[in-house]
Design a protein around this ligand. Structure first.
Ligand code: NAX
Length: 321
């Protein structure tokens, strides 16, 4: 597997590369070659990370290449993990944020289109992740839209862990939870179909609205407040989970959450990259169809999807699609 990681010298890169090289992403029988893409000023730091990777003597790690050239970084890539981005800083307007990211994700989409392997699978982690994925996909016309995804698995894992605590049950007992919409504070963690040890649960509406949903949606901010920097190891872990399940398949009798290109399911406008309940078989994500959506869920899904629509309109207006 040739795996390209952008922003490789950053916090998430530092947590992610060692997990990939150890075999956590694709299992103990799949050798990996890593390509690290960084900005010129971070190449020396990326070299340092590569030295540490060498020093782990991972049996599965075949090679490490470091470059600031996107064409080289995505050359014959089977997996592209787009982590490096321009996050929002204080006082930044949305248009500035979207255009700064367009300047990163449009050329990276083109480089993937022109250089990656035919089976390339792309996961965008860098925020605003859903819309960055949309921009990259729009600049890769030869790569099917279904190969461009954005990460809501961290939100999913946070939602599972919090529900496990709230119900005093094991994480492994929780199934059928969904994150809908955007990887932002409008995301909707949906417990309507959740099973705990195979049984449905009664969810207190007051607790759901005033505690659970805001806690999941604002968990990233809580981590920053506590740690002084944003989620890194848990974000890397979620990227490992997303790619593992995409390539090797999701668990039997459960689903997970991933932001994938909408086919119009559940009233999400076609073409938006939105989080859905998904399974993966044969290396492709499928949206879980036919779930009942009650009025409460409908309003929450619609609000997050509306935000995605606004982001798409804004990047269209900037000429980025
Ligand atoms: P860092 O600032 O530690 O690292 C980012 C790295 O990207 C830097 O080394 C920088 O040099 C590099 N970079 C910037 N532009 C680049 C480009 N054009 N090509 C290659 N490399 C480039 O950030 P980190 O904490 O690692 O977070 C990375 C991104 O993940 C941020 O956008 C962050 O908002 C996002 N996150 C997304 C999450 C998700 O669930 N989807 C959760 C965690 C995280 O907040």
């Amino acid at each position: 597997m040739r795996i390209t990681v952008t922003g490789a010298a950053g916090q998430i890169g530092y947590a992610l590369l060692f997990r990939i090289a150890s075999g956590a992403m694709f299992g103990p029988n799949t050798p990996v070659s890593l390509r690290l893409l960084e900005l010129p000023q971070a190449l020396a730091a990326a070299e340092g990370v590569a030295m540490e990777l060498d020093d782990c003597a991972f049996p599965l790690l075949r090679s490490i290449d470091i470059t600031d050239d996107a064409a080289e970084a995505f050359d014959r890539s089977n997996v592209a993990l787009l982590v490096g981005s321009r996050p929002r800083t204080a006082g930044m307007e949305r248009a500035d944020l979207l255009s700064a990211n367009g300047a990163i994700f449009a050329p990276q989409g083109r480089a993937i289109n022109d250089n990656a392997a035919d089976d390339v699978r792309v996961l965008v982690v860098g925020n605003p992740a859903n819309t960055n994925a949309l921009i990259a996909s729009a600049h890769a016309p030869d790569v099917p839209d279904a190969r461009f995804t954005a990460m809501t698995r961290l939100d999913h894992n946070r939602a599972v862990a919090r529900l496990a605590k709230a119900t005093d049950s094991a994480v492994a007992s929780i199934s059928h939870l969904t994150i809908w919409g955007n990887h932002s504070s409008t995301q909707y963690p949906d417990l309507s179909h959740v099973l705990v040890d195979g049984d449905s649960i009664d969810v207190d509406r007051e607790w759901l609205e005033s505690d659970y949903i805001p806690a999941v949606a604002n968990r990233g901010a809580a981590i920053i407040a506590a740690r002084g920097s944003s989620s890194a190891a848990s974000a890397a872990n979620a990227a490992v989970d997303h790619m593992h399940d995409w390539v090797l398949g999701t668990a039997q009798d459960d689903w997970t959450s991933a932001a994938i290109t909408s086919d119009g399911s559940y009233g999400v406008p076609a073409g938006l990259i939105s989080s859905f309940p998904v399974t993966s078989t044969g290396g492709d994500w499928q949206i879980v169809e036919g779930l009942d959506i009650d009025e409460f869920s409908r309003a929450r899904i619609d609000a997050s999807v509306a935000e995605l629509g606004e982001e798409r309109a804004a990047v269209e207006a900037l000429g980025l699609l």
